[in-house]
Design a protein around this ligand. Structure first.
Ligand code: ATP
Ligand code: MG
Length: 369
Protein backbone atom coordinates (compact mmCIF):
# COMPACT_ATOMS: atom_id res chain seq x y z
CA UNK A 1 0.00 0.00 0.00
CA UNK A 2 1.23 3.45 -0.82
CA UNK A 3 1.56 5.37 2.46
CA UNK A 4 0.84 8.60 0.62
CA UNK A 5 -2.72 7.58 -0.12
CA UNK A 6 -3.59 9.05 3.24
CA UNK A 7 -4.50 12.70 3.07
CA UNK A 8 -2.09 14.32 5.50
CA UNK A 9 -3.99 17.53 6.16
CA UNK A 10 -7.55 18.59 6.66
CA UNK A 11 -8.85 19.76 3.33
CA UNK A 12 -6.63 17.39 1.38
CA UNK A 13 -8.22 15.13 -1.18
CA UNK A 14 -10.47 15.82 -4.13
CA UNK A 15 -11.35 19.46 -4.59
CA UNK A 16 -8.11 20.46 -2.91
CA UNK A 17 -7.63 24.20 -2.62
CA UNK A 18 -4.59 25.43 -4.56
CA UNK A 19 -3.10 26.56 -1.26
CA UNK A 20 -3.84 23.43 0.76
CA UNK A 21 -0.67 22.11 2.40
CA UNK A 22 -1.70 18.48 1.84
CA UNK A 23 -0.68 16.56 -1.26
CA UNK A 24 -3.02 15.40 -4.03
CA UNK A 25 -2.30 12.89 -6.78
CA UNK A 26 -0.69 15.41 -9.07
CA UNK A 27 1.58 16.67 -6.28
CA UNK A 28 2.73 13.16 -5.50
CA UNK A 29 3.48 12.50 -9.15
CA UNK A 30 5.76 15.53 -9.53
CA UNK A 31 7.16 15.73 -6.02
CA UNK A 32 9.56 12.87 -6.52
CA UNK A 33 11.15 14.77 -9.40
CA UNK A 34 11.38 18.03 -7.45
CA UNK A 35 12.90 16.64 -4.26
CA UNK A 36 16.37 17.85 -3.38
CA UNK A 37 18.71 14.83 -3.21
CA UNK A 38 21.23 15.93 -0.59
CA UNK A 39 21.57 18.33 2.31
CA UNK A 40 23.37 20.95 0.24
CA UNK A 41 20.52 21.07 -2.22
CA UNK A 42 17.93 21.35 0.55
CA UNK A 43 16.87 24.99 0.87
CA UNK A 44 16.27 26.76 4.19
CA UNK A 45 15.69 25.08 7.60
CA UNK A 46 19.24 26.15 8.48
CA UNK A 47 19.03 24.94 12.05
CA UNK A 48 17.66 21.47 11.31
CA UNK A 49 20.07 21.14 8.42
CA UNK A 50 23.09 21.98 10.56
CA UNK A 51 22.00 19.73 13.42
CA UNK A 52 21.26 16.85 11.10
CA UNK A 53 24.49 17.30 9.23
CA UNK A 54 26.42 16.95 12.51
CA UNK A 55 24.49 13.84 13.49
CA UNK A 56 25.16 12.23 10.11
CA UNK A 57 28.80 13.24 9.86
CA UNK A 58 29.54 11.99 13.36
CA UNK A 59 27.92 8.66 12.57
CA UNK A 60 29.90 8.36 9.36
CA UNK A 61 33.05 9.12 11.34
CA UNK A 62 32.36 6.36 13.80
CA UNK A 63 31.22 4.07 11.02
CA UNK A 64 28.09 3.47 13.08
CA UNK A 65 24.40 3.93 12.41
CA UNK A 66 23.21 7.34 13.60
CA UNK A 67 20.65 7.84 16.32
CA UNK A 68 16.99 7.63 15.42
CA UNK A 69 15.66 10.87 13.98
CA UNK A 70 12.23 12.43 14.45
CA UNK A 71 11.08 15.11 12.03
CA UNK A 72 8.12 17.16 13.11
CA UNK A 73 6.29 19.99 11.47
CA UNK A 74 3.29 21.00 9.35
CA UNK A 75 2.58 19.29 6.01
CA UNK A 76 4.58 20.15 2.92
CA UNK A 77 7.70 21.53 4.61
CA UNK A 78 10.06 18.74 3.58
CA UNK A 79 9.91 15.92 6.15
CA UNK A 80 9.71 13.13 3.58
CA UNK A 81 12.34 14.90 1.52
CA UNK A 82 14.72 15.04 4.49
CA UNK A 83 14.13 11.38 5.30
CA UNK A 84 15.23 10.44 1.80
CA UNK A 85 18.20 12.78 2.10
CA UNK A 86 19.26 11.10 5.35
CA UNK A 87 19.40 7.75 3.59
CA UNK A 88 21.22 9.25 0.62
CA UNK A 89 23.78 10.99 2.84
CA UNK A 90 24.40 7.70 4.66
CA UNK A 91 24.53 5.85 1.40
CA UNK A 92 22.03 3.48 2.91
CA UNK A 93 18.91 1.87 1.49
CA UNK A 94 15.60 3.25 2.72
CA UNK A 95 12.39 1.37 3.56
CA UNK A 96 9.25 3.49 3.52
CA UNK A 97 6.11 2.83 5.48
CA UNK A 98 3.60 4.78 7.54
CA UNK A 99 1.74 4.62 10.82
CA UNK A 100 -1.67 3.90 9.27
CA UNK A 101 -0.15 1.03 7.26
CA UNK A 102 0.92 -0.71 10.47
CA UNK A 103 -2.27 -2.03 12.00
CA UNK A 104 -0.83 -4.95 13.93
CA UNK A 105 2.42 -5.49 15.76
CA UNK A 106 2.98 -8.37 13.33
CA UNK A 107 3.08 -5.93 10.41
CA UNK A 108 5.89 -4.07 12.10
CA UNK A 109 7.71 -7.27 13.08
CA UNK A 110 7.71 -8.34 9.44
CA UNK A 111 9.25 -5.05 8.36
CA UNK A 112 11.79 -4.90 11.17
CA UNK A 113 12.97 -8.46 10.72
CA UNK A 114 13.65 -7.90 7.05
CA UNK A 115 15.82 -4.80 7.54
CA UNK A 116 19.45 -4.99 6.54
CA UNK A 117 22.30 -3.55 8.57
CA UNK A 118 22.40 0.25 8.45
CA UNK A 119 19.12 0.54 6.58
CA UNK A 120 16.96 3.61 7.13
CA UNK A 121 13.36 2.87 8.08
CA UNK A 122 11.12 5.82 7.30
CA UNK A 123 7.91 5.75 9.32
CA UNK A 124 5.66 8.53 8.09
CA UNK A 125 2.73 9.72 10.23
CA UNK A 126 4.27 7.85 13.11
CA UNK A 127 1.63 9.25 15.48
CA UNK A 128 -1.00 7.10 13.76
CA UNK A 129 0.58 3.76 14.56
CA UNK A 130 -1.37 1.28 16.69
CA UNK A 131 -0.52 0.92 20.37
CA UNK A 132 0.81 -2.67 20.25
CA UNK A 133 3.03 -1.79 17.29
CA UNK A 134 4.28 1.24 19.17
CA UNK A 135 5.31 -0.91 22.10
CA UNK A 136 7.17 -3.28 19.85
CA UNK A 137 8.92 -0.29 18.32
CA UNK A 138 10.21 0.89 21.73
CA UNK A 139 12.21 -2.27 22.17
CA UNK A 140 13.37 -2.33 18.58
CA UNK A 141 14.63 1.24 18.77
CA UNK A 142 16.43 0.75 22.05
CA UNK A 143 17.77 -2.78 22.00
CA UNK A 144 17.46 -3.74 18.32
CA UNK A 145 15.39 -6.68 19.37
CA UNK A 146 11.75 -7.70 19.07
CA UNK A 147 9.72 -10.39 20.74
CA UNK A 148 7.71 -12.25 18.16
CA UNK A 149 4.66 -13.88 19.72
CA UNK A 150 3.95 -17.33 18.38
CA UNK A 151 0.68 -19.07 19.08
CA UNK A 152 -2.37 -17.88 20.97
CA UNK A 153 -3.76 -17.97 24.48
CA UNK A 154 -1.90 -19.61 27.37
CA UNK A 155 0.34 -21.56 24.99
CA UNK A 156 1.67 -18.42 23.29
CA UNK A 157 5.40 -17.92 23.52
CA UNK A 158 7.59 -14.93 22.82
CA UNK A 159 10.54 -15.65 20.61
CA UNK A 160 13.21 -12.97 20.87
CA UNK A 161 14.60 -11.87 17.55
CA UNK A 162 17.82 -9.89 17.12
CA UNK A 163 17.67 -7.03 14.63
CA UNK A 164 20.55 -5.51 12.72
CA UNK A 165 21.30 -1.92 13.73
CA UNK A 166 19.10 0.44 11.71
CA UNK A 167 18.09 4.08 11.83
CA UNK A 168 14.47 4.95 12.31
CA UNK A 169 13.35 8.22 10.78
CA UNK A 170 9.91 9.14 12.03
CA UNK A 171 7.84 11.97 10.61
CA UNK A 172 4.84 13.58 12.22
CA UNK A 173 2.68 16.64 11.79
CA UNK A 174 1.49 16.17 15.38
CA UNK A 175 4.50 15.71 17.64
CA UNK A 176 2.25 16.43 20.61
CA UNK A 177 0.36 13.18 19.97
CA UNK A 178 3.45 11.01 20.38
CA UNK A 179 3.59 9.20 23.71
CA UNK A 180 6.62 10.41 25.69
CA UNK A 181 8.32 6.98 25.78
CA UNK A 182 8.36 7.00 21.98
CA UNK A 183 9.51 10.60 21.72
CA UNK A 184 12.33 9.94 24.18
CA UNK A 185 13.77 7.16 22.08
CA UNK A 186 14.73 9.50 19.29
CA UNK A 187 18.26 10.80 19.63
CA UNK A 188 17.49 13.84 17.56
CA UNK A 189 14.32 15.77 16.78
CA UNK A 190 14.22 18.24 13.94
CA UNK A 191 11.49 20.85 14.15
CA UNK A 192 10.59 22.10 10.69
CA UNK A 193 9.51 25.69 10.38
CA UNK A 194 7.64 27.67 7.77
CA UNK A 195 9.93 29.09 5.08
CA UNK A 196 10.78 32.73 4.62
CA UNK A 197 9.69 34.28 1.30
CA UNK A 198 13.30 34.53 0.09
CA UNK A 199 13.76 30.80 0.70
CA UNK A 200 10.57 30.01 -1.20
CA UNK A 201 11.85 32.12 -4.08
CA UNK A 202 14.89 29.86 -4.23
CA UNK A 203 12.64 26.79 -4.14
CA UNK A 204 10.62 28.24 -7.03
CA UNK A 205 13.67 29.08 -9.13
CA UNK A 206 15.04 25.60 -8.55
CA UNK A 207 11.76 23.89 -9.45
CA UNK A 208 11.33 26.15 -12.49
CA UNK A 209 14.72 25.01 -13.72
CA UNK A 210 13.77 21.35 -13.26
CA UNK A 211 10.38 21.85 -14.93
CA UNK A 212 11.90 23.89 -17.73
CA UNK A 213 9.84 26.98 -16.92
CA UNK A 214 11.26 30.40 -17.70
CA UNK A 215 10.49 32.71 -14.83
CA UNK A 216 11.90 36.06 -13.75
CA UNK A 217 12.80 37.18 -10.22
CA UNK A 218 9.67 39.30 -9.71
CA UNK A 219 7.40 36.46 -10.72
CA UNK A 220 9.15 34.08 -8.32
CA UNK A 221 8.68 36.64 -5.55
CA UNK A 222 5.01 37.00 -6.47
CA UNK A 223 4.44 33.24 -6.19
CA UNK A 224 6.54 32.96 -3.03
CA UNK A 225 4.42 35.61 -1.30
CA UNK A 226 1.30 33.54 -1.91
CA UNK A 227 2.73 30.18 -0.86
CA UNK A 228 2.03 30.30 2.88
CA UNK A 229 5.61 29.52 3.84
CA UNK A 230 5.27 26.03 2.32
CA UNK A 231 7.42 24.59 -0.50
CA UNK A 232 4.69 22.15 -1.57
CA UNK A 233 2.33 25.07 -2.17
CA UNK A 234 5.05 27.07 -3.93
CA UNK A 235 5.66 24.17 -6.32
CA UNK A 236 1.95 23.73 -6.96
CA UNK A 237 1.35 27.43 -7.63
CA UNK A 238 4.33 27.44 -9.97
CA UNK A 239 2.70 24.67 -12.01
CA UNK A 240 -0.62 26.53 -12.18
CA UNK A 241 1.20 29.68 -13.30
CA UNK A 242 3.09 27.67 -15.90
CA UNK A 243 -0.20 26.32 -17.32
CA UNK A 244 -1.57 29.83 -17.59
CA UNK A 245 1.59 31.20 -19.20
CA UNK A 246 1.60 28.39 -21.77
CA UNK A 247 -2.06 28.65 -22.71
CA UNK A 248 -2.56 32.42 -22.65
CA UNK A 249 0.98 33.64 -23.37
CA UNK A 250 4.21 32.34 -24.82
CA UNK A 251 5.25 30.39 -21.73
CA UNK A 252 7.52 33.03 -20.24
CA UNK A 253 6.50 33.94 -16.69
CA UNK A 254 6.75 37.50 -15.44
CA UNK A 255 5.20 39.09 -12.39
CA UNK A 256 2.08 40.29 -14.18
CA UNK A 257 1.37 36.85 -15.61
CA UNK A 258 2.00 35.16 -12.26
CA UNK A 259 -0.42 37.53 -10.51
CA UNK A 260 -3.07 37.14 -13.22
CA UNK A 261 -2.76 33.34 -13.15
CA UNK A 262 -3.14 33.14 -9.40
CA UNK A 263 -6.11 35.48 -9.53
CA UNK A 264 -7.79 32.90 -11.78
CA UNK A 265 -7.19 30.29 -9.07
CA UNK A 266 -8.52 32.69 -6.42
CA UNK A 267 -5.28 32.79 -4.48
CA UNK A 268 -4.77 36.35 -3.30
CA UNK A 269 -1.60 38.36 -2.68
CA UNK A 270 -1.22 36.94 0.80
CA UNK A 271 -2.04 33.35 -0.06
CA UNK A 272 -5.66 33.39 1.09
CA UNK A 273 -8.04 31.25 -0.94
CA UNK A 274 -11.76 31.63 -1.59
CA UNK A 275 -12.87 30.15 1.73
CA UNK A 276 -10.35 32.16 3.77
CA UNK A 277 -11.62 35.37 2.21
CA UNK A 278 -15.27 34.38 2.59
CA UNK A 279 -14.71 33.81 6.30
CA UNK A 280 -12.96 37.15 6.75
CA UNK A 281 -15.50 38.92 4.61
CA UNK A 282 -18.42 37.58 6.65
CA UNK A 283 -16.65 38.41 9.88
CA UNK A 284 -16.08 42.00 8.78
CA UNK A 285 -19.21 42.76 6.78
CA UNK A 286 -21.86 40.80 8.65
CA UNK A 287 -20.50 40.90 12.18
CA UNK A 288 -18.60 44.16 12.22
CA UNK A 289 -15.33 42.37 12.97
CA UNK A 290 -16.75 40.18 15.77
CA UNK A 291 -16.74 38.74 18.27
CA UNK A 292 -18.92 36.08 16.71
CA UNK A 293 -19.28 32.40 17.51
CA UNK A 294 -17.72 29.79 15.26
CA UNK A 295 -21.01 28.13 14.32
CA UNK A 296 -22.61 31.46 13.37
CA UNK A 297 -19.62 32.33 11.24
CA UNK A 298 -19.73 28.90 9.59
CA UNK A 299 -23.44 29.23 8.74
CA UNK A 300 -22.75 32.66 7.28
CA UNK A 301 -20.26 31.20 4.79
CA UNK A 302 -22.31 28.05 4.16
CA UNK A 303 -19.72 25.65 5.55
CA UNK A 304 -19.45 23.16 8.39
CA UNK A 305 -17.97 24.52 11.60
CA UNK A 306 -15.16 21.96 11.37
CA UNK A 307 -14.23 23.17 7.90
CA UNK A 308 -13.99 26.76 9.03
CA UNK A 309 -12.13 25.79 12.17
CA UNK A 310 -9.68 23.28 10.69
CA UNK A 311 -9.24 24.43 7.11
CA UNK A 312 -9.57 28.21 7.10
CA UNK A 313 -8.78 29.44 10.58
CA UNK A 314 -5.29 28.08 11.24
CA UNK A 315 -3.77 30.13 8.46
CA UNK A 316 -5.85 33.22 9.26
CA UNK A 317 -4.71 33.02 12.88
CA UNK A 318 -1.10 32.42 11.85
CA UNK A 319 -1.26 35.47 9.61
CA UNK A 320 -2.65 37.59 12.42
CA UNK A 321 -5.87 38.27 10.52
CA UNK A 322 -8.23 36.54 12.92
CA UNK A 323 -8.11 35.78 16.62
CA UNK A 324 -9.96 33.17 18.63
CA UNK A 325 -11.16 34.58 21.93
CA UNK A 326 -13.41 33.16 24.63
CA UNK A 327 -16.14 35.48 23.36
CA UNK A 328 -15.81 34.36 19.75
CA UNK A 329 -13.85 35.09 16.60
CA UNK A 330 -12.59 38.60 16.04
CA UNK A 331 -10.92 40.28 13.10
CA UNK A 332 -7.70 42.21 13.61
CA UNK A 333 -6.81 45.57 12.12
CA UNK A 334 -4.77 43.69 9.51
CA UNK A 335 -7.93 41.91 8.33
CA UNK A 336 -9.74 45.18 7.59
CA UNK A 337 -6.68 46.45 5.79
CA UNK A 338 -6.23 43.24 3.78
CA UNK A 339 -9.79 43.20 2.46
CA UNK A 340 -9.70 46.97 1.94
CA UNK A 341 -12.80 47.54 4.05
CA UNK A 342 -13.04 50.55 6.33
CA UNK A 343 -14.09 49.53 9.79
CA UNK A 344 -17.28 51.16 11.15
CA UNK A 345 -16.80 53.95 13.74
CA UNK A 346 -15.73 51.44 16.38
CA UNK A 347 -12.02 50.64 16.27
CA UNK A 348 -11.07 47.39 14.53
CA UNK A 349 -10.24 45.70 17.80
CA UNK A 350 -13.73 46.40 19.07
CA UNK A 351 -13.46 42.98 20.61
CA UNK A 352 -11.05 44.20 23.24
CA UNK A 353 -13.21 45.20 26.19
CA UNK A 354 -14.11 48.88 26.32
CA UNK A 355 -13.96 50.85 29.55
CA UNK A 356 -17.69 50.37 30.11
CA UNK A 357 -17.51 46.66 29.42
CA UNK A 358 -14.66 46.25 31.84
CA UNK A 359 -16.73 47.68 34.67
CA UNK A 360 -19.99 46.03 33.70
CA UNK A 361 -20.10 42.64 35.38
CA UNK A 362 -21.87 39.42 34.56
CA UNK A 363 -23.09 40.52 31.16
CA UNK A 364 -21.16 38.28 28.83
CA UNK A 365 -22.09 38.86 25.22
CA UNK A 366 -24.22 41.78 26.34
CA UNK A 367 -22.74 44.01 23.69
CA UNK A 368 -24.87 42.36 21.02
CA UNK A 369 -27.98 44.28 19.95
N1 ATP B 1 13.88 22.64 1.59
C1 ATP B 1 13.33 22.35 0.41
N2 ATP B 1 13.91 22.71 -0.73
C2 ATP B 1 13.33 22.43 -1.91
N3 ATP B 1 12.16 21.79 -2.06
C3 ATP B 1 11.54 21.40 -0.96
C4 ATP B 1 12.08 21.66 0.33
N4 ATP B 1 11.25 21.16 1.25
C5 ATP B 1 10.22 20.62 0.57
N5 ATP B 1 10.39 20.76 -0.75
C6 ATP B 1 9.46 20.30 -1.78
O1 ATP B 1 8.15 20.36 -1.27
C7 ATP B 1 7.42 19.18 -1.57
C8 ATP B 1 6.82 18.60 -0.33
O2 ATP B 1 7.84 18.16 0.55
P1 ATP B 1 7.67 16.84 1.44
O3 ATP B 1 6.87 15.83 0.72
O4 ATP B 1 9.02 16.44 1.89
O5 ATP B 1 6.84 17.43 2.67
P2 ATP B 1 6.36 16.69 4.00
O6 ATP B 1 6.83 17.53 5.13
O7 ATP B 1 6.79 15.27 3.97
O8 ATP B 1 4.78 16.80 3.90
P3 ATP B 1 3.65 15.82 4.53
O9 ATP B 1 3.53 16.20 5.98
O10 ATP B 1 2.41 16.14 3.77
O11 ATP B 1 4.10 14.42 4.34
C9 ATP B 1 8.39 18.26 -2.31
O12 ATP B 1 8.09 18.30 -3.68
C10 ATP B 1 9.74 18.85 -2.11
O13 ATP B 1 10.45 18.78 -3.30
MG1 MG C 1 5.71 13.52 3.84
Amino acid sequence: MNPYDEPSAPGAGPGLSPVSAGADGEDRAVEAALRPRDLDEFIGQERVREQLSLVLQAARHRAATPDHVLLSGPPGLGKTTLAMIIAAELNAPIRITSGPAIQHAGDLAAILSSLTEGEVLFLDEIHRMSRPAEEMLYMAMEDFRVDVIVGKGPGATAIPLELPPFTLVGATTRAGLLPPPLRDRFGFTGHMEFYAPAELERVIHRSARLLDVQIDADAAAEIAGRSRGTPRIANRLLRRVRDYAQVRHDGLVNQEIAAAALAVYEVDARGLDRLDRAVLHALLKLFGGGPVGLSTLAVAVGEESETVEEVAEPFLVREGLLARTPRGRIATAAAWAHLGITPPQAPPHAALPTQQELFRTGSEGGSEE
